[in-house]
Design a protein around this ligand. Structure first.
Ligand code: AKB
Length: 319
């Protein structure tokens, strides 16, 4: 590759595993990790790292020049639940960082951008099952509004200035290496930790709150694949629907019970239940499958066994 890759928000749940994967593919010194704070040891020690605030345009430019960066993955964002507590801060972070990167590409300083969107772009008036790629989008969360607006700007920069920006609407991403921060779908990770530690979990979503989810390896594969696809295959320049599995807390608890017989779940829905209710239950991702060959590998059974194994090992290492 001519020029390095920069990951902004590299220490978060997806950023950490994405950085490690990109270092494996392109070489450690080719992938610069950056975040507002330091992250996992493996990430910090395997390649270059810079402390970077994603809203600091001048510092982003400096790092892009210093490392001769040509591709940026902008993973920094405030997620749905946290954003509801600090709406203006979330808006500033989620939008300013995107404009800084889009403008760098517009000015010819970088060649390609990955920017994640989310199922949060949809709202209560969106068809709930098999939500189509193009449909009604009236998000009711700050996070969703920022992602929907971001999608519009990505498409605008592509059409108007030819900026090669690529995006997918992540569902809830399930993983064990780095904990998520402030999402509505986070229960599907907490449940594994609590099941192993205490055989008990109190869900902050109701038992029938069905949401689209995906195991981390599939999310990373999608991210790498969309970025490697030839430009002419990327027909959607706002953001692609992406799907793997959909389940409710009750279904996930049943799946865990197959491995931990005495596991029990109870339900105390909080404000995140309202957010979950406004999102789709399942997603139609046929455009991603047709345009750039997306397929997922992890079903509910494989995801559950992989999580129980991974969380179990992590907790043992910490003990
Ligand atoms: C969240 O719950 O906010 C995120 C998302 C679906 O984008 N995991």
């Amino acid at each position: 590759m001519a020029g390095r890759i920069l990951i902004i928000g590299a220490c978060g749940q997806i950023g950490t595993e994405l950085t490690l994967k990109l270092r494996e593919i392109h070489g450690n010194d080719q992938v610069v990790a950056s975040d507002i704070r330091e992250g996992a040891e493996e990430l910090m020690q395997s390649g270059p790292f810079e402390i970077l605030n994603a809203t600091d345009e001048a510092h982003i430019k400096e790092i892009v020049e210093k490392y001769k960066v040509k591709e940026v993955y902008l993973m920094a964002a405030m997620l749905s639940a946290t954003a509801e507590k600090a709406p203006m801060k979330a808006w500033d972070l989620n939008m300013d960082s995107l404009f800084h990167i889009l403008n760098l590409a517009k000015d010819g300083k970088i060649d390609k951008i990955f920017w994640p969107s989310s199922i949060a772009v949809f709202g209560p008036s969106t068809p709930k099952d098999d939500t189509p790629q193009t449909t009604i989008m009236e998000p009711t969360t700050v996070y969703g509004i920022s992602k929907q607006t971001g999608e519009r700007w990505c498409e605008y920069y592509f059409r108007k200035f030819g900026v090669d920006v690529r995006s997918i609407r992540y569902p809830g991403i399930i993983s064990y290496k780095t904990l998520p921060g402030g999402g509505t779908t986070d229960y599907a990770i907490e449940i594994f930790h609590e099941a192993i530690k205490n055989s008990q979990y109190t869900s902050f979503l109701a038992k029938d709150a069905a949401l689209p989810m995906m195991y981390m390896d599939d999310a990373i594969k999608a991210t790498v694949d969309i970025m490697e696809a030839p430009a002419e295959k990327i027909k959607v320049r706002s953001s692609y629907n992406l799907a793997a599995i959909s389940f409710t807390p009750e279904i996930l608890a049943e799946e865990i019970k197959k491995h931990i017989k005495d596991f029990e779940i109870s339900y105390e829905p909080d404000f995140r239940q309202n957010i979950a209710e406004s999102w789709p239950s399942s997603i139609d991702d046929s455009s991603a499958r047709e345009d750039w060959g997306w397929t997922h590998d992890f079903d509910l059974d494989r995801m559950t066994t992989t999580m129980l194994d991974g969380v179990g090992k992590t907790l043992k290492e910490k003990a």
